[in-house]
Design a protein around this ligand. Structure first.
Ligand SMILES: *Cc1c(COP(=O)(O)O)cnc(C)c1O
Length: 243
C-alpha cells in the first residue's frame, strides 16, 4: 500500500502539535507503529520513512514478521497483546518491549525465560539486554479486559523488580471504548495518577496510552508512548480472534 510515509508524517505532526500544546517537548512522546494484520511490505515502507518501533498483538505474527525483517537491525518489536504464560519463552526472545505484563505470574515467567536467554547469549559472546516491560492496568475496571487491577499494581511491579532479567519501564492502558476521544481523558489521567502514586517517573518513566483517534488526549494527559495503527497503515479488515 502506498501513502504510508505520508500518513506517518501526518501522525508525527499531530504528536508534535499535541505535545507543544500540552507544554511538552515532542521528543518526550515516542510513536509506536501498530502493524498488526498488515503485510511485511508496509512495515518496510514505514521503516524506510524512519519509523523504528513497531507493535503487534499476536505473538506468532510478531515472530513471523521479526524473522522476515531480521535485516532491519534498528527495528524494535513491542508486544502489545496479551501474553499467556506458556508463550513467555517466545515473547522473551522475540520482543524488545512487552507492554502487557498484568500479573506476578507472567512477570516471573518472562523473567525466567529472558534470564535463560541472557545466559545462553553470554556464553556465545552475543550482546543481550534485559527485557523492557510495562504493566498493563485495567483502569476502567472492565470485566473481560486484560490488565491488572489498580489494587494489584504494586504486587506486579515488585514481581518485575525481583527479576534481574526484566527492566520495569512504566504503565500501559487501553481505556473503555468510546466514540469521543475526550471521553478517554479521565482514564488516561488515572493512569498518570497511578504512576505518581507508585514512585513517579523515576520508577515508571513510560506511560503507553493513546491510539489513532485519541492520541492528542493521551499526550495532554502525559503519554510518553502512543500506539498508532489505523492512522498510519489504514483500516484493518476484521479477522477472527486468535486461538
Ligand atoms: C490495535 C491496537 C492499537 C492501535 O489502534 P488504532 O486504533 O488502529 O490506532 C493500539 N493499542 C492496542 C493495544 C491495540 O490492540
Amino acid at each position: 500500500m502506498s501513502g504510508i510515509s505520508e500518513r506517518l508524517q501526518v501522525v508525527r505532526e499531530r504528536i508534535d502539535r499535541a505535545a507543544r500544546e500540552a507544554g511538552r517537548r515532542p521528543e518526550q512522546v515516542r510513536l509506536l507503529a501498530v502493524s498488526k494484520t498488515k503485510p511485511i511490505e508496509d512495515i518496510r515502507e514505514a521503516y524506510r520513512a524512519g519509523q523504528r518501533d513497531f507493535g503487534e498483538n499476536y505473538l506468532q505474527e510478531l515472530v513471523r514478521k521479526a524473522e522476515a525483517l531480521r535485516e532491519l537491525s534498528e527495528l524494535r518489536w513491542h508486544m502489545i497483546g496479551h501474553v499467556q504464560t506458556n508463550k513467555a519463552k517466545l515473547a522473551a526472545s522475540a520482543a524488545s518491549v512487552v507492554h502487557t505484563v498484568d500479573s506476578a505470574r507472567i512477570a516471573r515467567a518472562l523473567g525466567r525465560r529472558r534470564a535463560q536467554q541472557l545466559e545462553a547469549n553470554a556464553s556465545s559472546g552475543m550482546a543481550a539486554r534485559r527485557l523492557e516491560v510495562l504493566i498493563e492496568v485495567n483502569v476502567g475496571g472492565e470485566a473481560q479486559k486484560a490488565g491488572c487491577s489498580t489494587d494489584d499494581l504494586e504486587i506486579v511491579a515488585r514481581a518485575i523488580e525481583g527479576e534481574p532479567a526484566l527492566e520495569l519501564r512504566g504503565l500501559m492502558t487501553v481505556p473503555p471504548h468510546s466514540e469521543r476521544a475526550s471521553e478517554a481523558l479521565p482514564y488516561f489521567e488515572r493512569l498518570r495518577a497511578l504512576r505518581d502514586a507508585h514512585g513517579g517517573s523515576a520508577r515508571l518513566p513510560e506511560l503507553s496510552m493513546g491510539m489513532s483517534h485519541d492520541l492528542e488526549v493521551a499526550i495532554r494527559a502525559g503519554a510518553t508512548i502512543v500506539r498508532v495503527g489505523t492512522a498510519i497503515f489504514g483500516a484493518r479488515s476484521p479477522r477472527p480472534a486468535s486461538p
